[in-house]
Each structure stands twice: as structure tokens, then as C-alpha cells.
Design a protein around this ligand. Structure first.
Ligand code: COA
Length: 373
């Protein structure tokens, strides 16, 4: 029997340092993150989530008239049709992870879209708007269903951030909370070739449809080494319980080679710019709701992990206490990540279609050879 062809190339475990494609969507240079050339700090301070979505998809900021049209298209698509609501309300929620439900719900939406298989530019725009608009109502629908409350449809006059908070809590949110939530959506919108964006690109590289690519990405975001880390951060803070126990708890975890969630990054070695912005917001909002201890405990953990292991916080660390202060249930932190990141996945899917070649790397053979029955 002929010997198995052995691939002689180097193996980069986790594809570290591998440049898999060219991209013009977001860039990371040292500790600076840019979307289409604008720094994340600038966008967080002066933009809105809807404007950032337009920027990610069109490679330029919208004019006021373009933004108004774009917002209108999104708000119209935020409404869920009654038969879709009914179908989704019939799905199980007890003992179900919200990300598993969201993955299923997103896939299910494609069955109610007669043109779901289109991948041309017109279809990209239509399905892109549809999926970006519907992610927040889906997460709110999950929460309202599992808590036995009726679904609240979106208000087409309002933003995604406003609507999400209103649909979740059944109460009009205050302007400050909406602003903080909108900034969170901006910060999470895209992040170069992260694990879930790559997953979306791999699926679309087979020229599969947009719903399939976004569904793949949701499944990838779910994992605790990626988007699932924000949920784990809050669970860790609750487990530690008090400020006094934080330092010893972290030291013991590190000594036992346990990963402290919300720290470390494959690309950022000098700090994640999103974490800096979120740290300030965490300090403000925890104080506002009378729970400054969560921020103080986080700051102590941040100090200890840096001192003991030289690792800096990533986007998931301080976002946990921000969402917790908004009274968002801990297991919805990762679905909220998807509410924002869907816009970045779509930008990657569109870019992939525009200059596609199927992803097909090699695996280096290390198994048995020449066996006979
Ligand atoms: N806590 C403790 N140690 C950590 C750590 C963390 N959060 N992140 C990395 N390390 C350590 C690893 O144990 C390893 O140490 P070693 O060399 O002594 O074995 C070293 O740092 C390199 O880590 P590694 O897991 O190989 O890095 P990676 O580039 O493959 O992974 C992450 C990057 C983000 C997945 C990783 O840092 C991690 O798991 N972080 C926690 C999960 C998280 O917050 N994810 C969200 C990312 S935005």
C-alpha cells in the first residue's frame, strides 16, 4: 500500500499568526482597533450602533439621509411576524442555553424567508438588514417566553439599543442606560478575524447562504473561550462573592492553571482598547445602581491577574458588570454579544462573497498507516 501523502508544511496550532485572507473591515495594530479606518474610541464616543453597522457594510460613514433610510429599514425589520412569534414561543426554554435557542431561532427564520438562499448584493442587503434587526427581538422573546411574559413588539421609531431594553423589561429605558448599551453594541460589532467571524467566512466560502453562515457564527461565539467568556466572568464574580476573597481566589486559580475568564488575548498583548472603555463604564454604572462592589472586585482581580500572570483584561471582563448593572440575566450576556456581532459577521460574509475562494487547509497526518483487514 502506498504511504499516506504527508503534508510537510508547518502546523500552526490554533492558526496563530496565520494570515487567512485580506480584509478591509477592521484592523488591530498593537492596542488600537479600527473599523474601516476609524478608531473604536472615536466611534464609541461620537457614533451610534446603526451608523457603525452602515460603516462596516459600506466602507464609509452614511450621510444623514442615508442613515435615516438605513434606520427605517432596520426598524421595519425589527417586527416579528405573529406566526414566527408563535412558532418560537413553542420552542423549549427550560434548561436550554439561550445561545442554543438563538442559534435555532436564527436558523428557523430562514424557513420564513422565501428568498433565503440568495447571496447576490441585493439579497445581502435585504437579509443583512433582516438579521441585524431581528437579533435583539429574538433575545428579548426568549427572555419573555421563559419568564411567562407576553412578547413586546419593537417601536419602529426607536433604536436597536432602546428597543432591546424596552422589549426585555417592558419599561421604557432611561437615556443614559440606552447610551451605555449602544456603546456596548458599538464595541462588540466587529473584531478582525475572530473565531466566529472566521467561522462565518468558512461557511460562506462554500457559497452556502447567509443564514447558514450566521448560524455557524452563533454556534462559534457560544464557546467560553470566545463570546461565552462574559457570562463566565459574572459567574466567577458571584462565586468569589466578596472583595476580601478576590486576591486569594485568583492566586489559587492561577496556581492550578485555571483560566481566569475575561483575561488574555491571542492578538492584543498590550491591552484591549475596548476593555479600557468598558472599565470606565463599569465604574460609572455600578456606582449608579448602588453596586460599586462589583466594579471594585473586578478592579482588584484585574490588578492581581496583571501582577501574577502579566495578562490584561479583554472585552468580556468589564462588560459583565455593565450588563449585570442593567439587570440583564447572566446567561443572556453572550446572546447580547450576538445582537451586536451579527453586523460584523455580515460584513465578513459580504466581503468573503466578493472575493471568494473556498477555505480548505490541510491536516498534517499523524495517524496509523498501512493497516489491512
Ligand atoms: N487565565 C490564566 N492563564 C491564561 C489566560 C487566562 N485567562 N489566558 C491565557 N493564559 C495563559 C495560558 O494558560 C498559557 O500559559 P502557559 O504558557 O503557562 O501554558 C498562556 O497564557 C497562553 O495562553 P493560550 O491559551 O495559549 O492563548 P491563546 O492565544 O490560545 O488563547 C484566549 C487566547 C483568549 C482564548 C485565552 O487567553 C483565554 O482562554 N482567555 C480566557 C477566555 C476569554 O476571556 N476569552 C475571551 C477572548 S476575547
Amino acid at each position: 500500500m502506498a504511504a499516506v501523502e504527508v503534508y510537510e508544511g508547518a502546523v500552526d496550532k490554533g492558526l496563530e499568526g496565520v494570515v487567512a485572507c485580506t480584509t478591509g473591515i477592521s484592523s488591530i495594530v498593537d492596542a488600537t482597533l479600527c473599523f474601516r479606518g476609524y478608531t473604536i474610541d472615536d466611534l464609541a464616543e461620537k457614533s451610534t450602533f446603526e451608523e457603525v453597522v452602515y460603516l462596516l457594510w459600506h466602507d464609509r460613514r452614511p450621510t444623514p439621509a442615508e442613515l435615516a433610510t438605513f434606520r427605517k429599514e432596520i426598524s421595519q425589520e425589527m417586527i416579528l411576524r405573529p406566526e414566527v412569534v408563535k412558532q418560537l414561543q413553542s420552542l423549549p426554554t427550560k434548561g436550554v442555553h439561550p445561545m442554543a435557542w438563538l442559534r435555532t431561532a436564527t436558523s428557523l427564520l430562514s424557513l420564513y424567508d422565501a428568498d433565503s438562499q440568495g447571496i447576490d448584493e441585493k439579497a445581502q442587503h435585504r437579509i443583512g438588514i433582516r438579521l441585524t434587526a431581528k437579533m435583539a427581538p429574538l433575545v428579548a422573546l426568549f427572555e419573555r417566553t421563559r419568564t411567562g411574559q407576553p412578547f413586546i413588539q419593537a417601536n419602529p421609531e426607536k433604536s436597536i439599543a432602546w428597543n432591546f431594553l424596552n422589549m426585555m423589561f417592558g419599561k421604557e429605558p432611561d437615556a443614559e442606560t440606552v447610551k451605555i448599551f449602544d456603546v456596548c453594541l458599538i464595541l462588540h460589532a466587529d473584531h478582525e478575524l475572530n473565531c466566529s467571524a472566521f467561522s462565518a467566512r468558512v461557511t460562506s466560502s462554500s457559497l452556502s447562504d447567509i443564514y447558514s453562515a450566521v448560524t455557524s457564527a452563533i454556534g462559534t461565539l457560544k464557546g467560553p473561550l470566545h463570546g461565552g467568556a462574559n457570562e463566565q466572568v459574572m459567574l466567577m464574580l458571584k462565586e468569589i462573592g466578596t472583595m476580601e476573597k478576590a486576591e486569594a481566589w485568583i492566586k489559587e486559580a492561577l496556581a492550578n492553571k485555571v483560566k481566569v475568564m475575561g483575561f488574555g488575548h491571542r492578538v492584543y498583548k498590550n491591552g484591549d482598547p475596548r476593555a479600557r472603555i468598558l472599565r470606565t463604564m463599569s465604574e460609572q454604572i455600578t456606582k449608579k445602581v448602588g453596586e460599586a462592589h462589583w466594579y471594585e472586585m473586578s478592579a482588584m482581580i484585574d490588578h492581581t491577574v496583571q501582577k501574577e500572570k502579566g495578562l490584561l483584561p479583554n472585552v468580556d471582563f468589564y462588560s459583565a458588570t455593565v450588563y449585570n448593572s442593567m439587570r440583564i440575566p447572566t446567561d443572556l450576556f453572550t446572546p447580547i454579544f450576538a445582537v451586536s456581532r451579527v453586523s460584523g459577521w455580515l460584513a465578513h460574509i459580504f466581503e468573503q462573497y466578493s472575493k471568494n475562494r473556498i477555505y480548505r487547509p490541510r491536516g498534517k497526518w499523524i495517524g496509523k498507516e498501512g493497516l489491512k483487514i
